[in-house]
Design a protein around this ligand. Structure first.
Ligand SMILES: [Zn+2]
Length: 625
């Protein structure tokens, strides 16, 4: 697929950034190379079936000066993120970087090694461990620590250990409390919609290259292998809690409700090293990730950074995280952590100040400026989060979607408003002509707004579709934020080539298996097609024989409610007896025949419940109606 060149407008904006930002400062490159031991050559990881799940070599084009089609600041960040290999953080602590979106850290203990955050997929985690072992010896894994509940920090656990070893007690799995509930919840309740939008955000389906995907700011891209999960055997609950793991003392700081709902920092006295999980990375992070999520709490986030600075920095020689490269030296560490803290605190406080003056989220975002010292620090720039969308997120967290203006309270939805606008502007051809003028003037934002209306009026209009694709491309080329770039390029790609759907697995079987029965019932309730179920009024007992527990399910008014109560065949329409919760998953997926299922009472009632469950659509449309 051919893409267009950058326009003069984009080129001259890039030239201005080259003088505004401190491109002469090479410390990040020195830090990203520091401690290098060996690369993985070639840096390609395949699954058992031969499918490529990781190809860092596809980023070999990230050399030299930025091309005109990539923001020079993002180009620099991608060059840093695309470095790969095994690195020594400090003697006894090693990181494998560039083998997935996230880092895997290895801490050497007495009998073996502690693995921190085993990447996204089984395959990349196994490759990372093999790279470590090739250079540091064949040490056994004695413990795994998950820093937080996002999939890029636990999904590859089956590549570094087995459930059997964990069950046998030879490997400990350590995580912040409530890890499992958050890890599965995020991937199940809104998982399908998030995964579809994540395809836009990470650009997994996009071609790599100067006119395509150049990375994600936080790392290059998530790997596409098998995602697994082993539930923790040790929950960390309190700040100040210390544990000796494989002979290594670790001091923990809880940081819940920050970048993830369950997250923690921890300190290794023996190594004078501090792990900041994902709360201090070399970019402005997301307060609301564009794939969709609950809005995060920047005030709490800043508070935990202050606590970390006060608790650890006077005895820390190196701080590392599960993305990007470490920071060495006390002065650099304090400057780095303080800058990160100020970043989230400033965004929070200044957004609140301005919303109390009556400005709305989009208005605050448009004029918001970071203090000069923060704006010029590379590690606070918006490669993954952005000032623009984080400010809107803070407004949303406190004020919601409505900006208070009654003229905007009850607007038509896109498919209804678009033809009205287009008619008011004299028809699609006129709107395309207006958009062409805006494009030539370099006002790509206005051109995109106009063309969005044309798509939601007549998506078959060829000139509108073509110009919309070109417009999104220029927005991509101009974006410093990697995920904005991926969103723009994904829209342009789908306009030209059709929808690419969801290239990743939404919720893997091993993750689904970790759902509690309550979470499974919740996900069933979310699947009930309300209108189709309006007239049903049923009660079903569901008994799990393995744990001798019964739940009473009732469906009325389209609402599925469950209660954990003893079975009562007299008041139930039917009783479903299941060998275990996995049998419930299979039943919900339509398997009524396999062993492990018994139905007594009125079996037709179960069929009517199963008959009103909708399937989510991983291919829903975004850029077109
Ligand atoms: Zn992460």
């Amino acid at each position: 697929m051919d893409r267009n060149a950058a326009t003069n407008t984009i080129e001259s904006a890039h030239r201005a950034h080259l003088t505004e930002l401190p491109f002469g400062d090479a410390r990040d490159f020195e830090d990203a190379d520091r401690g290098f031991i060996a690369a993985l050559e070639p840096c390609v990881v395949t699954a058992a079936d031969g499918r490529v799940v990781w190809d860092n070599d596809s980023y070999a084009f990230l050399a030299g000066d930025a091309p005109t089609t990539v923001h020079p600041s993002l180009w620099r960040q991608s060059q840093l993120c695309a470095k790969q290999g095994l690195y020594e953080v400090v003697e006894g602590i090693y990181q494998v970087r560039g083998l997935d979106l996230s880092n895997m850290t290895v801490v050497e203990g007495h009998a073996g090694i502690i693995v921190i955050d085993p990447l996204v997929s089984t395959e990349t985690a196994a490759a990372a461990l093999a790279l470590y072992r090739a250079h540091r010896g064949d040490r056994p894994v004695t413990a795994v620590i998950y820093t937080h509940s996002h999939v890029d920090h636990f999904g590859g656990v089956l590549g570094v250990t087995t459930q059997a070893d964990v069950d046998a007690g030879t490997v400990q799995i350590i995580a912040p409390e409530h890890f499992t509930v958050h890890a599965v919840q995020e991937n199940v309740y809104a998982g399908t919609a998030m995964a579809r939008r994540a395809a836009y955000m990470y650009g997994a389906a996009l071609a790599r290259g100067p006119q395509g995907q150049v990375g994600c700011g936080l790392g290059q891209v998530p790997s596409l292998g098998e995602v697994g999960l082993i539930v923790p055997t040790l929950d960390i609950k309190q700040t100040g809690e210390t544990h000796t793991v494989d002979g290594v003392e670790i001091e923990f700081q809880m940081a819940p409700g920050t970048e993830a709902p369950a997250e923690m920092h921890f300190y290794f006295p023996k190594f004078r090293a501090l792990c900041m999980a994902e709360n201090a990375t070399h970019n402005l992070h997301n307060l609301l990730t564009l794939r969709g999520a609950l809005v995060r709490d920047p005030h709490g986030w800043a508070g935990y950074l202050t606590e970390a600075i006060d608790s650890f920095t006077d005895r820390t020689d190196v701080v590392f995280a599960s993305h990007h490269w470490p920071t060495w030296g006390r002065e650099n560490i304090v400057e780095f952590l303080s800058g990160q803290r100020d970043l989230y605190a400033y965004l929070h406080d200044q957004t609140l100040r301005q919303l109390n003056q009556g400005f709305t989220g989009v208005e605050i975002a448009e004029t918001f400026q970071m203090p000069p010292a923060l704006a010029k620090a590379w590690h606070t720039r918006g490669y993954y989060g952005s000032v623009s969308h984080n400010v809107k997120a803070i407004y949303q967290r406190y004020m919601g979607w409505f900006d208070g203006n009654p003229g905007r309270l009850w607007q038509h939805p896109p498919e209804a408003i678009a033809p009205r606008y287009v008619a008011a502007m004299g028809g699609v051809d006129n709107v395309v002509a207006l958009a062409r003028t805006a494009f030539e003037d370099g006002d790509y934002r206005w051109a995109a707004t106009l063309l969005d209306h044309t798509m939601f009026t007549d998506e078959t209009n060829g000139p509108a579709r073509a110009l919309y694709g070109e417009t999104l491309e220029q927005l991509a080329y101009g974006a410093e934020n990697a995920v904005w770039r991926n969103f723009f390029l994904s829209g342009a790609t789908e306009l030209r080539d059709g929808a690419f759907g969801t290239p990743t697995q939404v919720a893997s079987p091993t993750m689904m298996a970790q759902l509690t029965p309550e979470q499974m019932f919740d996900s069933l309730a979310i699947s009930v097609n309300g209108p189709r179920a309006w007239d049903l009024d049923i009660a079903i007992d569901v008994t799990f024989t393995d744990v001798a527990t019964n739940y009473r399910l009732t469906l009325r008014n389209g609402v599925l409610v469950y209660r954990k109560v003893p079975a009562d065949p007299a008041s139930a329409d039917a009783t479903v007896t299941l060998a275990d919760k996995l049998r419930l998953l299979a039943l919900a997926a339509g398997d009524g025949l396999s062993p492990g299922l018994q139905i007594s009472g009125d079996g037709a009632v179960l069929q009517s419940l199963l008959g009103v469950l909708d399937r989510p659509d991983p291919d829903f449309r975004i850029i077109t109606p």
